[in-house]
Write a protein that binds this ligand. Structure first.
Ligand code: SAM
Length: 322
């Protein structure tokens, strides 16, 4: 666990310590229901906001980190110094930005719900010593009113789900005209979340833009109609998290779909594992997105170097055969 993550978990705990967890648990059920129904206003009361920081924030923070690290892997020449996060909720992105981008100087977060911003600011208090060295702007506004997209990275995480899909075209066009280098979309790893990502991907490919991850190419997406391309991060569950979700396991897997759009070419790769890898002593099965197809490749111990590479390949990793 990183130092930032430690601060995040203890900050969440110090807020939840003072609350009635029973009510938050009830609201958490509503939160999940509203997500599934794709409601446009999910933060209807304080308990729902608290349920978000207890059960969702640790997960989305880890997802942001995963996606930011993909930028580092596939666009390593970019030294990310500024980030604009649209639809920031409890300012989740800021924690992940501080954790991943060492040279970050400026972060601008935009959120329409004043109370979730306030909760996010309370959470951030232990990080004030770090934040005062950076340029941080936290703005209560409608994300569509933001004119300046000139940040190295522009991100929307679990937000498109709450917007009318064609409006996303406006965000893409504004980003295209800006000096920004990278545009990120993250959505729930569900059929609907992926439909949003697929919609955006189709728009991107009609323009002269590039995809740094997760797609290994710009061929039409081979995913079947009833399936969805998604990845996961394993998230530690705190005692509050477990109580609110009435869960016993000490962790959960947060599933998400994402797209990193770039104006520059990224490091090329042949394929990406899009399911759990099945490994035994002598053979490995990888389900790959490769050359415009989804296929399962069997790699035998006798394949030598490829077997060694496959052994280290997990869901979400790239796979370059020799
Ligand atoms: C599910 S939360 C995600 C928060 C954060 N990005 C994360 O991943 O943890 C979606 C947020 O987008 C905000 N939002 C939705 N539409 C917005 C808009 N038009 N302008 C600003 N914020 C918006 C909601 O208020 C909510 O806080």
């Amino acid at each position: 666990m990183s130092e930032i993550e430690n601060y995040l978990f203890s900050s969440i705990a110090s807020i939840l310590d003072k609350q009635s967890l029973k009510e938050i648990q009830r609201k958490n059920l509503n939160l999940s229901k509203n997500y599934k129904l794709r409601k446009q206003n999910v933060f209807l009361d304080d308990e729902t906001r608290l349920a978000y920081i207890a059960s969702r924030l640790p997960a989305t923070y880890n997802v942001y980190k995963y996606v930011f690290n993909q930028i580092k892997s596939f666009l390593p020449h970019l030294n990310i110094k500024s980030v604009l996060d649209l639809g920031s909720g409890p300012l989740t992105a800021l924690w992940a930005v501080l954790d991943v981008f060492e040279d970050i100087k400026k972060v601008h977060l935009v959120e329409k719900d004043f109370k979730i911003i306030e909760l996010g600011k309370t959470l951030l208090e232990p990080l004030n010593f770090l934040l005062k060295k950076k340029e941080i702007e936290i703005e209560k506004n409608d994300l569509f009113k933001i004119k300046n997209f000139d940040y190295d990275v522009v991100a929307l995480s679990y937000v498109v789900n709450e917007l009318k899909l064609p409006l996303v075209d406006r965000i893409i066009s504004k980003w295209e005209r800006s000096q920004s280098k990278i545009l990120i979309f993250i959505e729930p790893g569900t059929k609907y979340g992926f439909e949003n990502i697929k919609y955006i991907r189709d728009k991107i490919l009609k323009k002269n833009l590039k995809i740094a991850a997760p797609c290994p190419n710009i061929l039409p997406c081979p995913m079947n109609k009833n399936d969805w391309c998604h990845f996961y991060v394993r998230v530690k569950r705190t005692k509050y998290h477990k109580y609110i979700k009435a869960a016993s396991l000490g962790y959960e897997d947060e599933k998400f779909s994402y797209l990193i759009i770039s104006k520059e070419s990224s490091i090329p790769y042949q394929s990406r594992a899009i399911r759990f890898t099945k490994k035994s002593k002598d053979e490995i099965f990888l389900t790959l997105c490769k050359s415009g197809n989804i296929l399962t490749e069997k790699i035998l111990r006798s394949d030598g170097k490829n077997f060694k590479i496959a052994k280290k390949t997990d869901w979400g990793d790239i796979f370059n055969e020799i």
